[in-house]
Design a protein around this ligand. Structure first.
Ligand SMILES: [Zn+2]
Length: 232
């Protein structure tokens, strides 16, 4: 940890190391693949490039400004830093998780979208788009990912992986696990033939009911504009 760190930044370093250690065990990445970041004010704490997760320490976590200016880092920030910054610029994200998880990569090679075969997909904003292939670490990939996130908190990157974001790292990480589970479930459903999917109206109904139960709103109307959650 650095003496110049704010409390928020120091906490973000520790949290990123802790969640990075989970990536491998949860099957969301192998080796040093994948990366994650947390926004703290006008700076972003992001995992370093090329450091194996089991050997990462809080001091290895890098700090960059939202405009891309690097702070005094011991390591090199993730190669996907441009993509993380583009997502902070385009969304309400407070944390971003990028995985190389096998189910979404398999899907990305043959589908343009992860369809809604389970209502839990409302937790990601609806059917998840597959963004076109662009080389890793490029501004083009950053733009493609941010653009495909419109109204969603998850995007699948063709022949590459996936990105989720949330109001904090815990939520962004849970969404990465949910996305991988949904992709696996869809693949299993395909083995029976063409699966039935939920309509936009059915998904809207789920979203409205989830909100009502969370905030105790009266059924069929009542308060509107009370959306305080991180869901887009
Ligand atoms: Zn990647």
């Amino acid at each position: 940890m650095y003496s110049s760190d704010s409390d928020g930044l120091a906490a973000a370093r520790v949290q990123l190391v802790s969640y990075s250690a989970r990536l491998l065990g949860d099957g969301l990445a192998v080796g040093s693949a994948g990366n994650m970041s947390v926004r703290v004010g006008d700076t972003v704490a992001i995992t370093p490039s090329g450091i194996p997760y089991d050997g990462m320490s809080p001091e290895d976590v890098c700090v960059v400004a939202l405009d891309g200016t690097e702070h005094d880092n011991r390591e090199t920030p993730s190669t996907e830093t441009p993509m993380h910054l583009a997502i902070y610029a385009a969304t309400s994200a407070a944390a971003v998780v990028h995985t190389h998880s096998p189910e979404v990569i398999a899907l990305s090679a043959s589908r343009d979208e992860l369809p809604a075969i389970h209502y839990a997909i409302t937790g990601l904003g609806g059917p998840v788009r597959v963004a076109p292939y662009v080389r890793f670490g490029s501004e083009g990939l950053a733009a493609a990912a941010a653009g495909a996130l419109d109204g969603r908190s998850a995007v699948i990157l063709r022949n590459h992986g996936a990105v989720t974001y949330g109001r904090d790292l815990a939520q962004a990480y849970d969404r990465a696990l949910l996305l991988e589970w949904l992709a696996r479930t869809y693949r299993m459903a395909l083995s029976y033939g063409e699966p039935a999917t939920l309509s936009a109206a059915e998904l809207d109904e789920v979203t409205a009911e989830t909100r009502r139960r969370r905030y105790g709103e009266p059924r069929g109307g009542g308060r509107t504009g009370q959306h305080r959650g991180g869901r887009p």
